[in-house]
Design a protein. Structure first.
Length: 138
């Protein structure tokens, strides 16, 4: 049952990276993946193997085809947010970690971090509510 499994697909590096592990290498890979998806969605075709190699250091996650109507995981929430924003539905996500325990940051701590750094915090329920209201309007 796909609803209860992770969305991990392939781990890739762009072919122009060295080790693939540096921030610069990962940024190149992420940017190139987004460009590849955008070209494909706009009818430009793609040649993934010509630009990427595996295994790599950037995990590709595959969102459910019907996004939040099918699965409500972090991957689908992130891609749905991009769809709602009207941008290419390719996103880079990461887990925020507590700097003392190394475990995932609690929601309250993530909200505090956002406030302290002048960032916007958007919760999963916010995305779900907007997704549902958009669907209701169709």
């Amino acid at each position: 049952d796909r609803k209860n499994h992770s969305s991990f697909s392939l781990w890739v590096n762009h072919r122009e990276t060295y080790t693939g592990i540096t921030d610069r290498d990962r940024a190149l890979t992420v940017t190139a993946v987004a460009g590849e998806v955008e070209r494909s969605l706009n009818g430009g075709g793609h040649d993934f193997a010509a630009h990427f190699r595996t295994p790599g250091h950037v995990a590709l996650l595959r969102a459910a085809d019907r996004l939040l109507d099918e699965r409500r995981g972090q991957t689908e929430l992130s891609v749905a947010l991009a769809v709602l924003a009207g941008i290419t539905p390719v996103v880079t996500i990461c887990e925020m970690l507590d700097d003392e325990t190394g475990f995932a940051l609690s929601k309250d701590d993530a909200v505090s971090y956002a406030e302290e750094h002048g960032l916007v915090f958007i919760g999963g329920q916010d995305v779900l509510d907007r997704w549902e209201s958009r669907r209701s309007a169709e």
